[in-house]
Design a protein around this ligand. Structure first.
Ligand SMILES: C[S@@+](CC[C@H](N)C(=O)[O-])C[C@H]1O[C@@H](n2cnc3c(N)ncnc32)[C@H](O)[C@@H]1O
Length: 366
C-alpha cells in the first residue's frame, strides 16, 4: 500500500550534499521554503502533506504570475516601441507639412508686399496727376528780394523778446544736432507712422502754392512727398540738406518773406511749439494765406501746460526741445483770434491735427 500521507515535496534530506561526488548541492529557495513550511508538521503526516501540496501550488501560481508578468511587460514594450515608431513617422510627416505651409506663407507674404507696393505706386501716381491737373495757377515762389537775412531776423527777435530769445537760440543750436541724419523720432521721414497719418489728413487741403513752416532740414518731408515740388516753399532757421528739392528760405516764421495772400495752404508739422514769438508767427501766417486757403497744423497738447508768454523776463526752456507746450483750451483760444477750425482730428492721446481757415477781420500785425 502506498503511503498517501507521504509528503509530495522533497524533504530536507533531498537537498543534503551527496556523499562522495565532491560537489555540495545547495537546496533551492523553493525547496528550502517547502522544507521550512512542512517542518513544524512533521508529526502530523496528513497536515504535512496538505502543507506541502499548498506550498507546491503556491510556487506554481507564483511561477505562472511571473511568466504572465514577463509576457505582459514584453507586450507593453513592443506596443510602446510600435507607438514610438508611429509617432516618429507622424512627426516627420507633420514637420514636412509645416515646412510646406511655412513656404506657402512666405510666398503669400512676398506676393502681398509686392501687391501693396504696386497699388501704393499707382495711388501715388494718381494723386500726383490729380495735383498737376489742378487748374490753380502757381506763380513764382521765390521770396521777396528785400527780405531780411537770418541774422537780421535774429536781431529783431532779440530786440522783441531778449530773455526768451537767448533760451530759444540755445535750443535751436542743440536741436540742429538732433536732426543730423534725419532720425525718425525728430523728422517726418518715410516710415514715421504719425507723419503718414498727418499726410492723409493734409491731402485734401493741398492746392496751389503750399508753404511749409519749420519744414526741417531734410529733403521733402514725407507728408508732402507726393505734392509737386515746384508748388512748395519751405522755411526753417536751420540750413537745408544738399540738393533740397523745393524753394527753401533759411528764416523764421515770425518774418515771412512773401507778399500777402501768396499761399493756398500753409502747413506746420510739429513746429508751431518751436517758434519764439507765437503771436507774431500766427499773424504772419494769416497775412500770407489766401482767403479761401487753409492752415493745416499737427501739434501735441500737454494737458495743464501753462499759456506761453515770450515777453516775460523769466522764460526758461520747458524740456530739451521746447520753450513751451500747448494745452488745448488756450491754444484754441489764441487761434480763434485769426482762424476758425474747419476740421480737427485727435491722432493719439496727445497729437492733434487741425485745419483752420483764415478769418477776414484780422490781418497781419502792426
Ligand atoms: C520738430 S521739427 C519738425 C520738422 C518737420 N516739420 C518735420 O515734421 O519733420 C521743428 C522745426 O521747427 C524749426 N523752428 C524752430 N524755430 C522756428 C521758427 N521760429 N520758425 C520756423 N521754424 C522754426 C526747427 O528748426 C525744426 O526744424
Amino acid at each position: 500500500m502506498s503511503d498517501h500521507r507521504k509528503p509530495t515535496v522533497p524533504d530536507q534530506t533531498a537537498t543534503a550534499p551527496h556523499a562522495g561526488n565532491g560537489t555540495a548541492r545547495q537546496p533551492s529557495r523553493a525547496r528550502r521554503a517547502a522544507a521550512a513550511a512542512v517542518a513544524p508538521w512533521r508529526h502530523f503526516p496528513a497536515v504535512r502533506t496538505k502543507v506541502a501540496e499548498l506550498v507546491v501550488q503556491d510556487a506554481r501560481l507564483g511561477q505562472q504570475l511571473l511568466e504572465q508578468g514577463v509576457r505582459a511587460s514584453q507586450e507593453l514594450v513592443e506596443q510602446g516601441a510600435r507607438w514610438n515608431r508611429e509617432l516618429i513617422e507622424q512627426g516627420v510627416l507633420l514637420r514636412q507639412e509645416l515646412a510646406e505651409l511655412r513656404g506657402e506663407i512666405a510666398r503669400n507674404k512676398a506676393e502681398l508686399a509686392a501687391y501693396r507696393q504696386h497699388t501704393a505706386r499707382q495711388l501715388r501716381m494718381l494723386i500726383r496727376s490729380s495735383f498737376y491737373a489742378s487748374p490753380m495757377e502757381v506763380g513764382s515762389l521765390a521770396p521777396r528780394e528785400d527780405r531780411m537775412d537770418l541774422d537780421a531776423c535774429f536781431r529783431q527777435l532779440e530786440r522783441l523778446a531778449p530773455y526768451a530769445f537767448a533760451a530759444w537760440k540755445e535750443l535751436l543750436e542743440v536741436n540742429s544736432h538732433a536732426y543730423e541724419g534725419f532720425p525718425l523720432d525728430s523728422c517726418s521721414v518715410a516710415g514715421h507712422p504719425m507723419a503718414q497719418e498727418f499726410c492723409c489728413f493734409l491731402w485734401p487741403y493741398l492746392q496751389g502754392a503750399v508753404l511749409d513752416i519749420g519744414c526741417g532740414p531734410q529733403p521733402t518731408p514725407c507728408y508732402l512727398r507726393d505734392y509737386p515740388s515746384d508748388r512748395i516753399a519751405g522755411i526753417d532757421p536751420l540750413p537745408p540738406a544738399d540738393g533740397h528739392p523745393f524753394v527753401y528760405v533759411q528764416t523764421v516764421a515770425e518774418f515771412l518773406p512773401w507778399n500777402d495772400k501768396t499761399f493756398s495752404a500753409v502747413v506746420i508739422a510739429t513746429s508751431l511749439d518751436h517758434v519764439l514769438l507765437l503771436d507774431r508767427a500766427l499773424a504772419e501766417i494769416h497775412r500770407v494765406l489766401r482767403d479761401e486757403g487753409h492752415l493745416v497744423v499737427w501739434l501735441d497738447h500737454i494737458p495743464g501746460a501753462a499759456k506761453y508768454d515770450p515777453y516775460r523776463p523769466d522764460v526758461e526752456k520747458i524740456d530739451d526741445f521746447h520753450l513751451f507746450h500747448f494745452d488745448r483750451p488756450w491754444f484754441e483760444e489764441i487761434m480763434n483770434q485769426r482762424f476758425a477750425i474747419d476740421e480737427m482730428a485727435a491722432s493719439s492721446e496727445r497729437s492733434y491735427f487741425y485745419a483752420f481757415r483764415p478769418r477776414g477781420e484780422m490781418r497781419g500785425v502792426s
